[in-house]
Design a binder for this molecule. Structure first.
Ligand code: ATP
Length: 237
């Protein structure tokens, strides 16, 4: 469903993505794992049409994101929290997104209920906690009932109950045949959730496969991660 092939991205003379290739399949939760600065966000931004590649391709359901007619009905995403303006309420924000993507209004109430924000729907986003902002970001991603979800560090700011909740939500999405791609630099959250792993370090894919394939020969996912990434930063925080 999500296919990244030979992706190259440069900033000045620096190559931050070096022929990155991987696939996130339908019915699976795929974790995109790597230390800070490895190139996860850069890849996801290109996949979601927010940045241009210098080479290669990134396809959603066989097409570049920018060629999708109503993108939020194909792929829902969350990068950098909710993406909502501080002065808006959650309901206003979702109404605006729904309108711009031809999504029926009934979905607003449904997703607010689904992410546990129904009671805070009329509170301004500027007053939300980090975790509430994450929930609103997820509500926005779910609004168009997309087949695929692409989430950058989705558990940031969530408390243990929130982490458990998001795990369940993503699991159900994949079990219903959807595609989930999430990035993370935290081991613990991924070990209990992902079916497939893609490990990136210094802009290169160093390993991809099922959880069992990636961890074979190592005591734990954390051991595998350190060995594969050369002991990157920010791991296990
Ligand atoms: N606009 C930019 N200009 C210059 N360098 C950039 C730019 N955007 C990203 N980079 C660099 O590209 C590299 C990859 O960054 P990226 O944000 O994709 O990493 P990441 O794996 O998402 O890390 P993190 O977990 O910290 O978010 C980093 O070295 C970063 O400094």
């Amino acid at each position: 469903m999500l296919l990244v092939e030979q992706l190259v991205k440069r900033h000045g003379s620096r190559t931050v993505l070096d022929r990155v290739s991987f696939e996130a399949r339908a019915g699976r939760v795929t974790a995109f794992l790597g230390p800070n600065g490895a190139g996860k966000s850069s890849t996801l931004r290109i996949l979601l049409g927010l940045d241009c590649a210098d080479g290669g391709s990134a396809l959603v359901g066989g097409r570049p994101y920018r060629s999708l007619r109503n993108p939020l009905r194909t792929v829902g995403s969350m990068l950098d929290g909710s993406g909502a303006h501080r002065s808006r309420t959650a309901r206003n924000h979702l109404a605006w997104v729904a309108r711009s993507n031809d999504i029926p209004r009934r979905r607003i109430g449904e997703v607010l209920e689904q992410v546990g924000l129904a009671d805070a729907a009329r509170v301004r986003v500027g007053r939300y906690s980090l975790g509430m902002g994450q929930r609103l970001g997820l509500a926005t991603a779910l609004l168009g009932e997309p087949e695929a979800l692409v989430l950058d560090e989705p558990v940031n700011g969530l408390d243990p109950e929130g982490i458990r909740w998001i795990r369940g939500l993503l699991r159900r999405h994949a079990d219903a045949g959807g595609t989930v791609l999430l990035s993370s630099h935290l081991m613990g959250e991924v070990a209990g959730l992902a079916d497939d792993l893609v490990v990136i370090a210094d802009g290169r894919i160093v390993k991809a496969g099922t959880l069992a394939e990636v961890t074979v020969g190592y005591g734990s996912l954390e051991d595998a991660f350190f060995a594969l990434t050369g002991g990157g930063n920010g791991v296990g925080q």
